[in-house]
Design a binder for this molecule. Structure first.
Ligand code: ZN
Length: 165
């Protein structure tokens, strides 16, 4: 069975950056499982896997534009330090390079990286940590199957590697 839209794909992969750093990986024993072609992964990631079947290996390179985008200067913002004070804020959370879970004005979760801080202002970068990076993916297809009607309805995989509910 070949990979195409609305099929459930299990695969192992290693994501390597241009500097050789391994940013992420999964194994064939504990694969990444997703529904192909519905936006669960990067569009270019889906496209490069189309037509492959179980046992096939793959290697492809995505540009930063195909990956997590190029960084946007407007996504680097100054926030009053008072936001990071109070009983709910873990002590020592303000460290340069720290990723801090936050939310935007609409309440959507997003992560910011601390660029710098002083007593008044914290500068945070909300660009994706992998912005500006070309992404080299290598791996092996473990399994391809049709998604169930329920999985397509929910927009995620059920069972091993997916949701249990
Ligand atoms: Zn579900």
């Amino acid at each position: 069975m070949n990979i195409q839209k609305n099929r459930v794909v299990s695969l192992s992969y290693t994501l390597t950056l241009a500097n050789g750093e391994v940013a992420d990986s999964t194994t064939e024993q504990d694969p990444f499982v997703f529904i192909h072609g519905i936006g669960q992964t990067l569009e270019a990631f889906d496209r490069n896997l189309e037509g492959l079947k179980a046992g096939d290996s793959f290697e492809f390179l995505l540009s930063a534009e195909e990956g997590y985008g190029v960084s946007d200067a407007e996504a680097v913002v100054s926030i009053p330090a008072s936001v990071f004070q109070g009983p709910d804020v873990p002590e020592g959370i303000l460290q340069v390079g720290n990723m801090i879970p936050m939310q935007d004005q609409m309440g959507n979760p997003l992560h910011g990286r601390v660029v710098s801080f002083n007593d008044e202002v914290v500068t945070m970068d909300f660009n994706h940590p992998l912005a500006d990076q070309s992404l080299n993916f290598t791996g092996t297809i473990v399994e391809v199957r049709d998604a169930s009607a329920e999985e397509l309805d929910h927009g995620h995989v059920h069972g091993p590697g997916g949701h249990h509910h």
